[in-house]
Design a protein around this ligand. Sequence first.
Ligand SMILES: Cc1cc2nc3c(=O)[nH]c(=O)nc-3n(C[C@H](O)[C@H](O)[C@H](O)COP(=O)(O)OP(=O)(O)OC[C@H]3O[C@@H](n4cnc5c(N)ncnc54)[C@H](O)[C@@H]3O)c2cc1C
Length: 467
Amino acid sequence: MKKEVDVAIIGAGSAGLYALSQVRKQTDNFLLINDGPYGTTCARVGCMPSKSLIRIAEYYHEREYFEKSGIKNSDKLSICMPDVLKRVRKHRDILVAGNIKNITRLGDKVLSGRAEFINANTLKVGEDEIVAKKIIIATGSTPVLDPKWEAFKEHILTTDELFEQEDLPATLGVLGLGVIGLELGQALSRLGIKITAVHSREFIGGLSDPKVNENMLGLCKKEFDIWIGGGRAVLTKVDDKIKISNSENEMLVDKVLVAIGRKPNLESLKLENLGITLDKKGMPDFDPQTMQIEDLPIYIAGDVNADKPLLHEAADEGRIAGYNVVKDQKKFKRKVPLAIVFSDPNIALIGKDYKEIKDDESVITCSYDFKQQGRAFLINKNAGLANLYVQKSDGKLLGAQIAAPGGEHLAHHLAWAMEQELTVYDMLQLPFYHPTLEEGLYTLLLTCTKAIGKKTTGIREVPYGHL
Ligand SMILES: Cc1cc2nc3c(=O)[nH]c(=O)nc-3n(C[C@H](O)[C@H](O)[C@H](O)COP(=O)(O)OP(=O)(O)OC[C@H]3O[C@@H](n4cnc5c(N)ncnc54)[C@H](O)[C@@H]3O)c2cc1C
């Protein structure tokens, strides 16, 4: 079959579907091409099942405070892992079903199959040829695996398989304590699995601020075994177990959850047929404000461009690409970077990264230790550190790294304030109720005013006569 369309979108994940939401406002002549299962990575194997599992782990973890809070018989509570996993799949299935229902409504505007480029306007999908005026690449990413592990693949899990398991073993190695490894490693440990996590770098959970990292690492080490600094793990099969070893340690585990990163799904697209320069990872040059690849009629959105592999960024990039393929092209301002790790305490990275400000003398770093925080104390969560990066001259908020109770919400406040280009003085004039975790943020903002040397009452002054 040969088909001519205004827009072809490759990938029915979140970026592709957000792109489609813009495209459909202008044309019905589009084609959504998808290889593999529908339902999106986020809903099927990513954000949503992982958050469901983490919530169950949190419920169970809370039992540690039951006895001393007068709640009896907490030692009788136990985990039925098959039921935990069933519950996660139930959540997932509901979300995926809603997504698939929407896709089904598109009828013959959806084509299943793997797309590859013949040239900048032509795609091959199986035996079909699609000619499109504009094309959006939204093919997502895939977990990185070492081909050597193929020999004992029944012991290897990635997030593509984890939630599909009927049960989980007593011991699990976790390779990589980046965002995914840390979130899931902690949750599985809290559900009673003996976790041994191996991380070859110094920083966990995407952090780059040494003080916040040290604080978070200390908290995590109280919960499960973490090997840091002994180099990459080597896996070998020993009888029915897997030996994880590096230069400093070795350990036998039943299975290994591999979370050493995700690679963009570029290989199958045959971008070499576009006649453009690709970097050594096969990535084309694109503009993050238009999502356009060089001056081609092709746009690239979501995890596949490896810029900011997060759902909300995939959504924005999809919207930008979708708008630009059907309207006069615009550059869009990208939002303040915001990334959350749903560990306990939550890690959050907001605005400028520590590496960008660490040698900048016009920036000061102010800290708040949640050990002293009243509300956090009452809910048994008084641990964690927040570092805020502020412009010395006027107190403008530039960035923050936090590992703090309720960190995901504190991060929202900070990101919104940074997006509005607020200063610590502006923020202090906003209402804060009591008692709340946000009072930790209030104290942190006050610390900044002291460091800047210009104190404030924190109350907006009204010119006399206007009261
Ligand atoms: C365990 C886990 C937890 C996560 N948690 C969070 C979180 O809490 N918050 C957050 O913001 N982000 C989270 N993420 C990241 C988030 O899920 C991704 O950023 C997002 O799903 C990316 O969407 P996408 O549209 O780029 O890719 P996808 O949803 O993967 O869509 C890509 C689609 O393209 C298809 N495809 C690939 N190649 C081809 C081809 N050649 N032809 C046709 N189709 C093709 C794929 O099969 C797929 O259907 C998490 C990810 C994981 C794995």
